[in-house]
Design a binder for this molecule. Structure first.
Ligand SMILES: CSC[C@H]1O[C@H](OP(=O)(O)O)[C@H](O)[C@@H]1O
Length: 338
């Protein structure tokens, strides 16, 4: 399959709407779905139709623009849209960062209303999207530069999906992998399937195969064996929120990968735009961790694999302490947690 459909895009002008590549349908179907109301945008974020911290932020910014009616925007509607969209998912700080930018447009002392505010809101959402594209490219360069001395055929392990599907551009955690491939390094990627929602199996493997990059899908439980066999020289993951001390929240299972990485002397790199850094939180202990429905574990993708009524704990993220992170790669450069 060689599909190149944008993760998300705005169609039309101030009376336009948001188009999303429905990530719940991948890899079997490449389907775009429209969001024409703020409520539809909320639902798309909640159900992971669009997902990944930067992509959630960009989608929320466009979601605020869906409060525009007949080409006119009203401050009250914008503020209400921001409040509502902020309740969709709690962990990815990019969501709140993007919504605060949109709200500032409406509440600025020089703010306008009606058609002028509508144009200003759409311009801000487009700016957030364009900036994300640029950040993705920069993270790819910085990440590839950091591991430039690794040999051709370097083994890289990934967890979850931090590719183009998780951003408004060409990815965060996967961006250095794409850049290494462009530089002829022929990376060999070991893709954690990433239970329970299988973002690795469904999305990362799909993205890598789309680009002809060597990848091998493994169950999460196989990562230790693969590392011990010397098949992994570096690990790249994304992040949903990074605290001031460098602790990073990412998809559940990342902390376990980080502990395994330390045990095997393999560097683990977190790749995230600075919009993912939350300086209001001193440590990762304060990062809100989303808990999701039990059915994602007991009957993922419609097939029951656990007894009815079994108790389930389904945290969608965990926190990797900074001491297990070799470096944090952002669009502004590489930071090594002290
Ligand atoms: C580039 S951020 C990607 C980040 O988001 C994913 O979570 P979800 O799929 O639930 O949105 C995962 O934590 C990825 O690392």
């Amino acid at each position: 399959m060689n599909e190149t459909t944008a993760t998300l895009r705005w169609e039309g002008g101030v009376d336009g709407h948001l188009m999303l590549l429905d990530q719940t349908r991948l890899p079997l179907d490449v389907v775009e779905v429209p969001c024409r109301t703020v409520e539809e945008a909320w639902d798309a974020i909640k159900r992971l139709v669009v997902r990944g911290a930067p992509a959630i932020g960009v989608a929320a910014a466009y979601g605020v623009c869906l409060s525009i009616k007949n080409g006119e925007a009203a401050v009250y509607d914008v503020v209400e849209a921001c409040r509502y969209l902020a309740t969709s998912r709690p962990t990815a700080v990019n969501l709140f960062w993007a919504l605060s930018r949109m709200r500032r447009v409406a509440e600025a002392p020089t703010a306008t209303s009606g058609p002028a505010l509508a144009e200003a809101l759409l311009a801000e959402a487009r700016a957030i999207h364009d900036e994300d594209r640029e950040m993705c490219a920069a993270m790819g360069r910085h990440g590839a530069d950091l591991v430039a001395d690794l040999p051709e055929g370097v083994g890289i392990l990934t967890h979850c999906n931090a590719g183009a599907l998780a951003t408004g551009g060409d990815g965060s955690g996967l961006s250095p992998v794409f850049e290494l491939a462009r530089r002829g390094k022929r990376p060999r990627v070991w893709v954690d399937e990433t239970r329970p929602l299988l973002q690795g199996a469904r999305l990362t493997a799909w993205e890598l195969m789309q680009r002809g990059i060597d990848c091998t899908l493994i169950c999460d439980s196989m990562a230790a064996h693969v590392m011990r066999a010397g098949k992994v020289q570096a690990i790249f993951v994304g992040a949903d929120r990074i605290a001031a001390n460098g602790d990073a929240a990412n998809k559940i299972g990342t902390y376990g990968v980080a502990v395994l990485a330390e045990a095997h002397g393999i560097p683990l790199y977190v790749v995230a735009p600075t919009s993912t850094i939350d300086m209001t939180l001193a440590t990762g202990a304060e990062i809100p961790i989303e808990e999701r429905a039990a059915e994602e574990v007991t009957e993922g993708f419609g097939r029951r694999t656990a007894p009815a009524g079994v108790r389930v704990y389904n945290p969608a993220f965990d926190v990797t302490p900074y001491r297990l992170i070799k470096a944090i790669i952002t669009e502004r450069g590489v930071f090594k947690p002290k």
